[in-house]
Design a protein around this ligand. Structure first.
Ligand code: LX5
Length: 701
């Protein structure tokens, strides 16, 4: 007979979980018997989601000592009063299914989050891409310093075909410091010890007969003129473009980010000479010290989530409003002077400095698996590319994939990758064909899906192709029949609580699902959210137990959108909001992180795992560390009574809890953050959790 472990949960009047107390040991290895119940103040059984981690660590040689780690995550909503609650959960420690390493990951597109965000470039509008010369909009972020004039012009001799515009600069005095400034993407951080790396192109359209040799000064300063750091860059007048490079290091940290990058010159040295500048760039230290790289703090916050995959580059930003405005990989590679930029879907210009190469290199550095989307002939104006015009885009997709994984010695697209610094192919398994093609299901069904997949499969039979034309597990018929489907849902807390079993009821018929986008975007009342709030985040936790439980058919899931500036916002809420020098990690961020870090690699069958159960929960195990997880949502204070065998000696835990409505915001970025605790364990755990909380309890025995 299969041995069982009994885990029960009892109500207490303790509003904050502070410890685990020990009780009777009913664990008899291999199978754990749990039966989860939670009652509201009227003593009615209510819905719940619950995370439980067990960890068994075998001794290094003879496996004579088994350690059991238990992790319980509670999502409890409710007021301060506490009412009778008991949880009993039953699960096997042997039967179940594997949890894919890709289960929890990230979905990214530039939605106020690439330029000025993940992509570490500090200078906004650095190359005057896609602007109309002569307009004030073309000068976004730029201003004169001293007696000078600036304007964006179409250069008579542009630095490249891709960058036709330049900043025309002319002193209007013959002495004094003159120049121009850039105020960055809503500020520029000045941080002690940071070495900034910069460069710019310049020329003198009509150079003087006698060459002038002088120097520019570049640096960071306050708006009132206090220079924090600077250096000089020598120059000579020439009608040809020259590139200057420089570095400077900040010796102080400025609390304010209202700082300026300034390029100045002594007017006495050049008089009223007109000069042109473009691709004026400044980077702080980047993640993994990559040139043209990513912001360190954002990368590290994402890395802390232990993400398994990275879906990019959209989302809507893949599609564009028209085919001409689509994300086209070729425009995002090679040198930065070869990238024209584009008007992105979200209403501002993408520099495409964060291009295909930069995505793939960073994904590799982060240890994630790419889920790379290709444009599939549908745009946000509702139009589909005609069947007889589709080949261009199919070829483009093949080339995009070859850029990532082709043989650099024989494939021209792969050779670009190699020249950019990565001769070896990147890892790539998943290709997403389009985005949200349920909006254009007829053309997707009639010809687009088959045209892309037939052609791509012929070239790359080893890859998996993800369809985007379904909104639920009730998938439409496509030829060839897809195995992989990307589903998106944005809703309110009730939806996510009630939807925790959405995947349980799907047939096991070989289909694999990707919850490529989901988030609580409104309150149950319909009111919109500026930031994720704890009620929604805990509801997402409820939904995510369904991912654990159904990870035999859910191979990946990602909250969306991932990132947004606090100063320029198209979409709320977002998982992480950032300013130039800070991050606001939302309550949903912490939920995502806890699920991902504790996802395990094997789901264990549990008895309450049915759609009719009022309690939502799942149990998984990590084989390497022999960790076991159980997840739970509930709307009242609850306590946990968990017998363990063999007896535990000690445990650690993490809890995220806050009053209903709590959000992490720029003014209160840490209103709700997880806290860690430790406890003494033994034969039984008793754990008291407050309402609206998510806890992870770890016991080793
Ligand atoms: C959603 C769906 C924001 C986006 C789309 C993504 O995360 O770009 O894939 O936008 S929506 O709902 O307006 O279509």
């Amino acid at each position: 007979m299969t041995p069982l472990q009994k885990v029960s949960y009892e109500v207490t009047t303790t509003p904050v979980p502070s410890h685990l107390a020990l009780g009777e040991n009913t664990f008899i290895e291999k199978v754990i018997d749990t039966d989860l119940h939670c009652y509201d103040r009227d003593n009615k059984l209510v819905h719940g989601v619950f995370i439980l981690l067990f960890q068994c660590i075998r001794s290094s040689l003879k496996c004579i000592k088994r350690m059991i780690r238990k992790t319980f995550a509670f999502a409890l909503a409710g007021a301060a009063a506490v009412y009778a609650t008991t949880f009993d959960v039953t699960f096997s420690t042997t039967s179940g299914h594997k949890v894919p390493s890709t289960l929890y990951g990230l979905m990214f597109e530039d939605i106020n989050s690439g330029d000025g965000g993940l992509y570490a470039e500090l200078i906004q509008n650095r190359a005057f891409q896609q602007v109309t010369p002569g307009t004030s909009a073309a000068l976004t972020a730029w201003a004169t310093l001293g007696s000078a004039s600036i304007a964006v012009v179409k250069s008579s001799s542009p630095v490249s075909t891709a960058l036709p515009n330049a900043l025309s600069f002319k002193p209007t005095a013959t002495s004094g410091t003159v120049g121009f400034t850039n105020d960055g993407y809503f500020g520029i951080p000045v941080t002690a010890g940071w070495k900034y790396t910069g460069s710019f192109f310049y020329r003198t359209p009509t150079p003087p007969a006698t060459k002038i040799s002088s120097s520019f000064t570049v640096g960071l300063r306050s708006t009132s003129g206090t220079v924090f750091t600077s250096t000089t860059v020598p120059f000579t007048t020439s009608s040809s473009w020259q590139q200057a490079t420089f570095t400077f290091t900040a010796s102080s940290t400025q609390t304010s980010v209202t700082n300026l990058f300034a390029l100045t010159v002594n007017a006495a040295t050049i008089g009223e000479l007109t000069m042109e500048f473009t691709l004026i760039s400044l980077f702080p230290p980047t993640f993994n010290n990559r040139a043209n790289g990513m912001r360190v703090d954002i990368s590290e916050a994402l890395l802390a989530m232990d993400p398994g995959f990275f879906r990019f580059p959209g989302g809507n930003n893949l599609e564009g409003q028209t085919p001409a405005q689509r994300w086209a990989w070729e425009s995002t590679v090679n040198s930065l002077v070869d990238r024209p930029g584009r008007l992105g879907t979200w209403g501002y210009i993408n520099t495409d400095g964060l291009g295909l190469y930069e995505y793939l290199q960073w994904i590799e550095d982060m240890g994630m698996e790419p889920i790379m989307a290709v444009f599939a002939g549908y745009t946000l104006n509702g139009a589909s590319v005609a069947q007889n015009s589709l080949q261009t885009y199919i070829t483009e997709a093949i080339n995009q994939i070859n850029f990532a994984i082709g043989d650099a010695s024989s494939n021209p697209q792969a050779a670009i990758r190699s020249a950019m610094g990565h001769p070896e192919p990147f890892d790539l398994t998943y290709i997403e064909i389009g985005n949200e093609d349920f909006f254009s299901s007829t053309t997707y069904t009639n010809y687009r899906w088959s045209a892309f997949v037939d052609a791509l499969s012929a070239e790359f039979p080893q890859l998996h192709y993800i369809s985007t034309s379904a909104t639920s597990g009730s998938v439409p018929k496509l030829t060839p029949a897809p195995t992989y489907w990307d589903l998106h849902i944005y809703s309110n807390p009730n939806f996510f609580i009630n939807g925790a079993f959405n995947f349980d009821i799907l047939p096991r018929n070989g289909l694999q699902f990707f919850q490529g986008e989901y988030a609580t975007t409104t309150q149950n009342s319909g009111a919109t959210l500026a930031y994720p709030f704890i009620d929604g985040s805990i509801a997402e936790a409820a939904y995510m137990t369904g991912f654990d439980r159904n990870s035999d058919i859910v191979f990946a899931a990602s909250y969306a959108p991932l990132l947004s500036s606090v100063s320029s916002i198209q979409w709320t809420p977002d998982l992480i909001n950032f300013s130039p020098n800070s991050l606001i990690l939302s309550t949903s961020y912490y939920v995502q992180k806890l699920f991902s870090v504790y996802k395990g690699d094997f789901y264990l069958t549990s008895t309450t795992n049915t759609a009719s159960s009022p309690v939502q929960w799942s149990v998984t195990r990590d084989t390497a560390t022999s960790q076991y997880f159980l997840k739970r949502y509930h709307s009242e204070h609850c306590s946990l009574h968990a017998p363990i065998h063999p007896a535990s000696t000690a445990g650690t835990g993490t809890i995220l809890t806050a009053a209903p409505g709590t959000m992490n915001t720029p003014t209160k970025p840490t209103a709700a953050v997880p806290s860690n605790f430790s406890f003494t364990a033994g034969k039984t755990i008793t754990y008291n959790a407050p309402g609206l909380s998510l806890s992870v309890l770890v016991v080793v025995s």
